[in-house]
Design a protein around this ligand. Structure first.
Ligand code: ADP
Ligand code: MG
Length: 360
């Protein structure tokens, strides 16, 4: 079964400050799949970009989730599913991925939907499920476990378990039995997320956030275990350092973010060209996303944009970056192993956790 990476574009309404500054909207949805960027002077040009879906400033969170819902079923059916948001700071990535309690985004909606699907399938009596989750942040080169209270000064390291499966050594995996519990885990992780102020948006995040939900289904009266994974990734802002007028530590952050997003772009380009070697190893971000990009994964990428005229160059860059991703073809396959293989994988994970505990 073949499936492309799907790319959705979403642009938000003009913010209050943008309106006060005399910004005008330069992004216009032309139809369900196309968006026009009308650049102001000195360019005075218009360019059309096509995606698998375009959501404009008046699209609701419900509407956006409606087009992603099938991926939850895919994870339950045993696929690796990744949804990630790319775009400049303030473009609406966190709004799309997480939203607010009054206006929840993809993650809380996916969580509700996941447990609905699981309850329904359990009700049919053929499978029994177990769910666990981990949440990590990649801040510069450091992998930080967001589900432990005291941050150990040694960061987590990555281990290759073969077949493109990367383990974050010793990461806390929480067993989850209800949507409420999973949402509490999410809130806990978000609270710990590392943020640094920039001139552009003082509360924006300068790190990549990854939430992974692992779904294991044991098929009754057989040896089969089906395991799927949903990874929701809120990437750090893609803007170039000079626009944010950052310096010192913030500049270092910006440079590292740039490196990581360039590495992600290179991986996407290599996948889209069908290259034999894919440069996953160029950055920890792409290593972390290795089992979720290309290969056997199903991937949905959001390119989030500000509609403001003052951000038109950033929007142009983001839309071009996202256009590269559309060419990627994944070899989608299910993760089904015998119980023995699943057990061995569990042993490997436990051994690496034990090793990590010794190192601390
Ligand atoms: P990012 O995570 O890309 O830096 P945010 O998600 O924090 O951006 O969004 C920046 C601001 O714009 C927030 O105040 C958010 O509530 C608002 N916003 C983003 N997207 C939308 C949208 N689709 N509709 C309404 N407000 C939005
Ligand atoms: Mg954000």
């Amino acid at each position: 079964m073949k499936g492309n990476i799907r790319v959705f574009c979403r642009f938000r309404p003009l913010g209050k400050r943008e309106q006060e500054n005399g910004d005008i909207p330069v992004l216009h949805k032309a139809d369900a799949f196309s968006v026009d960027l009308q650049r102001p002077a000195p360019h005075n040009d218009s360019r059309r970009f096509e995606f698998d879906a375009v959501f404009s400033s008046d699209s609701s969170q419900e509407e956006v989730f409606g087009d992603c819902q099938d991926l939850v079923q895919s994870a339950v059916d045993g696929y690796n599913v990744t949804i990630f948001a790319y775009g400049q700071t303030g473009a609406g990535k966190t709004h799309t991925m997480y939203g607010t309690s009054e206006n929840p985004g993809l993650a809380p909606r996916a969580i509700e939907s996941l447990f609905r699907v699981i309850r329904r399938e359990e009700g049919q009596g053929r499978k029994s499920f177990s769910v666990k989750a981990y949440m990590i942040e990649l801040y510069k080169q450091d992998i930080i476990d967001l589900l432990v209270e005291a941050r150990p000064k040694d960061q987590k390291s990555l281990q290759d378990a073969g077949r493109g499966i990367m383990f974050v050594e010793g990461v806390s995996e929480r067993p989850i039995t209800s949507p409420e519990q999973l949402k509490a885990v999410l809130a806990e992780g978000e609270r710990r997320r590392h943020t640094a102020a920039t001139a552009m948006n003082s509360s924006s995040s300068r790190s990549h956030l990854l939430l992974s939900i692992i779904v294991e289904a044991a098929v009754k009266d057989t040896e089969q275990v089906i395991y799927g994974k949903i990874t929701l990734c809120d990437l750090a802002g893609s803007e170039r350092p000079k626009k944010s007028e950052v310096s010192g530590e913030a500049l270092k952050e910006a440079i590292e973010i740039n490196k990581s997003l360039t590495a992600l772009g290179d991986v996407i380009e290599a996948l889209s060209k069908g290259s034999k070697t894919i440069p996953y190893r160029n950055h920890k971000l792409t290593m972390l996303m290795q089992d979720s990009l290309g290969g056997s994964a199903k991937t949905l990428m959001f390119v989030n944009c500000s509609p403001a005229s003052s951000n038109s160059e950033e929007s142009m860059m983001s839309l071009k970056w996202a256009t590269r991703a559309k060419q990627v073809t994944n070899d989608v396959k299910r993760n089904a192993d015998s119980k023995e293989v699943a057990r061995l994988k569990q042993v490997i994970a436990l051994m690496s956790q034990a090793q990590n505990a010794q190192d601390l």
